[in-house]
Design a protein around this ligand. Structure first.
Ligand SMILES: [Zn+2]
Length: 242
């Protein structure tokens, strides 16, 4: 795959870059530690696969693309990925691309198509329709391919920076509230049958299901708002190729 080769660099691979590469490989294989995966590893600690943001569906890899709570973050990050792709095309290919046509060629026009493409992009996949549209826009299939590869790189970068990091912060807090510690997680993964200390009902389970859902959704939406407003944070993942 062109992108992973590009990210590996020519001689040695830096720690930051190798971490970015691992993140991408996890995305490609749908093995980011979403709650369904955490639950499979540790059913007694996690209790269920329910999404910690919307509390309506199970948190699978693809649910990250569908979760209503994250929609605002998605809209922003997808716009940002287009802007970054546009600037790179100008810088490296000397191509001046209209952002709207770039957006339409890559994301499509229908809501269902957009949702489907989002899931494909998460796995680093693009399709023939996108290539055809972009070839028309760039007047070159070769350039269209380069633009698509550059897009996926920026898409992953934005997904990590804007959404995954945020979701992980929420998850860490959720784990803390539910007395799930790092040592507990390690203990469990070493000893499959585990101990029974942590399975008594937790504080948060005492409130009614409906109130709990409403409270969590409200909390999550507030956080999304704050996250969207406060902008860029430093992170360990760098997808830059220079
Ligand atoms: Zn959700």
């Amino acid at each position: 795959m062109e992108l992973t080769q590009e990210m590996q660099g020519k001689k040695c691979i830096s720690l930051k870059r190798s971490k970015a590469l691992i993140f991408c490989i996890k995305c490609i294989n749908k093995i980011l530690p979403t709650k369904d995966i955490c639950y499979l590893r540790n059913p007694k600690l996690y209790k269920n696969q329910r999404c910690i943001a919307c509390f309506r569906e199970d948190e699978t890899f693809y649910h990250l693309a569908d979760c209503e709570i994250y929609e605002k973050i998605w809209r922003n990050l997808e716009k940002e990925a287009i802007q970054l792709t546009g600037s790179e095309a100008l810088k490296k290919l000397n191509l001046r691309l209209n952002e709207n046509s770039l957006e339409e060629a890559i994301y499509g026009t229908e809501p269902e198509e957009k949702r489907y493409n989002r899931k494909m992009h998460l796995r680093g996949l693009t399709n023939i329709k996108q290539l055809t549209c972009l070839s028309r826009v760039t007047q070159s299939k070769k350039k269209a391919n380069k633009v698509l590869a550059s897009f996926i790189k920026h898409f992953w970068e934005c997904f990590y920076e804007r959404l995954w990091k945020f979701r992980c912060e929420v998850m860490v807090e959720w784990e803390r509230k539910n007395n799930i510690t790092v040592s507990e997680k390690k203990k469990r993964s070493k000893k499959k049958n585990g101990n029974k200390e942590n399975i008594q009902p937790l504080e948060s389970e005492k409130e009614g299901v409906k109130e709990k859902e409403t409270r969590i959704q409200k909390e999550a939406l507030n956080r999304v708002d704050k996250w969207v407003r406060t902008g860029k944070k430093e992170g360990w993942v760098q997808f830059k190729t220079k």
